[in-house]
Design a protein around this ligand. Structure first.
Ligand SMILES: [Zn+2]
Length: 413
């Protein structure tokens, strides 16, 4: 009898353990899956998911393929992509800068201003400290440090020079929809040679009417089908500056990957309300994809049917907690996520923020949709630069914890 009793207990414990293991593998977060998506999306094959070599288009197609693999439903017969157009400044060709005989390395030593016109010149360098320093002849390249840039009146004397150079502590690139008045570049402080007489600069840019797509799919709720919880993340990044790729692993391959991982979870665990997954394009060019959606919502997904929206951007760290944009606007929802976090002890804490136009949630907030924008905080410092790579961004325990926190929060809405 005793022997059999032990066998029964042993059998029970083993089967519970196996069940828990399977449940953990198939019914919860999947960090290796998210990491592999980050690795893929920030690889060279996607060209920084921007405006050179159809990088963002390739990423959109990859995401649509993931959506169908996961089993998301589409609002239309022809797939998950929703196209729109906008102008953008593109740098297709290699950007070259040389100071005297010293070649600067693109992306590492210098970046071009996102709205930089084409320029192919050799110019004398002049440092600007006061308004009196402006030269009378305009065949000059002016350089100044960031403390000087604070006075716009100085810089607006654009007819007096051909190129402006800002010396920076860190290079942070961006995207522009049109040209600046004067061609401009930024050079890293430590890369600017001590002796400097002349600069040779060759930059070719053009304004392109770019066509991009939002990628939208959903899981039907098992109780309330026509009311949606929206999970959003922008998948675009800065693309390329000539031959230099900005991979955008944290910004925002990380948020896109967590969104897909949540989609996998909810596909296996059908939620009460329908959940729509929206991967936006054109965020870095000025929140364009999300603006396009709020201006042209789908008939089957009007803004009034979105019960709550969660935007994920910069989800690769987390050791210093999570920022919640709109926390002060929707205190009831913020209390919910706070009490979940307290009960389960997921993250160290929250940064409580008000309204901010810093990611795709913004246009939804403006149109009266309840929403939060979550971003994780930590020591990861590569922002809008060439080092925001998959090699530098390895997901850890905070990925699991923030995934579980967000999943629990979604279930509490
Ligand atoms: Zn971003």
């Amino acid at each position: 009898m005793i022997k059999f009793y032990f066998i029964r207990v042993f059998y029970k414990i083993t089967s519970i353990a196996i069940f828990c293991l399977i449940a953990k593998i198939s019914f919860s977060q999947n960090r290796p899956f998210a990491q592999s998506l980050i690795d893929t999306l920030s690889s060279k094959a996607f060209y920084g998911r921007g405006y050179v070599n159809n990088g963002d288009k390739k990423a959109a197609e990859f995401l649509a393929h993931q959506y169908s693999k996961i089993g998301l439903k589409s609002f239309k017969k022809t797939g998950f992509l929703y196209e729109f157009k906008f102008p953008v400044v593109v740098f297709d060709k290699k950007c070259k800068v040389k100071i005297d005989n010293h070649k600067l390395i693109a992306g590492k030593d210098f970046i071009v201003n996102p709205g930089c016109k084409s320029i192919n010149k050799r110019l004398k360098l002049t440092q600007i400290k006061t308004l009196n320093d402006y030269p009378s002849k305009n065949r000059r390249a002016l350089f100044y440090d960031t403390s000087f840039r604070q006075d716009k009146n100085h810089i607006n004397q654009s007819n007096k020079y051909k190129l402006k150079i800002t010396l920076q502590k860190k290079l942070t690139w961006s995207v522009a929809k049109g040209y600046d008045d004067v061609a401009g570049i930024e050079i890293l402080n430590t890369s600017f040679p001590e002796k400097h007489k002349k600069i040779r600069v060759k930059i070719k840019s053009r304004i392109k009417q770019h066509s991009a797509s939002n990628v939208i799919g959903y899981i039907e709720g098992h109780e309330v089908k026509d009311t949606f919880i929206a999970i959003t993340a922008h998948y675009d990044h800065l693309g390329m500056m000539g031959n230099v790729i900005f991979p955008g692993a944290n910004d925002n391959a990380s948020g896109t990957s967590m969104m897909l991982d949540l989609a996998v979870y909810f596909a296996k665990n059908p939620p009460k309300y329908s959940i729509v997954f929206m991967a936006f394009a054109g965020e870095e060019a000025g929140l364009i994809g999300s603006k396009h959606y709020t201006d042209n919502p789908l008939e089957k997904l009007p803004l009034s049917k979105i019960k709550f929206l969660i935007n994920l951007d910069l989800m690769g760290s987390g050791e210093k907690g999570m920022a919640v944009v709109n926390a002060t606007i929707f205190p009831d929802y913020f209390n919910k996520i706070q009490s979940i976090n307290k009960d389960k002890n997921y993250l160290s804490g929250f940064k409580v923020r008000g309204k901010a136009a810093n990611s795709d949630h913004y246009w939804f907030t403006e149109r009266g949709v309840k929403c939060f924008f979550f971003y994780l905080m930590g020591s990861y410092s590569h922002y809008h630069d060439i080092n925001d790579t998959a090699e530098n961004l390895k997901l850890g325990e905070y990925y699991d914890k923030s995934f579980l926190l967000i999943k629990d929060f979604i279930l509490s809405i």
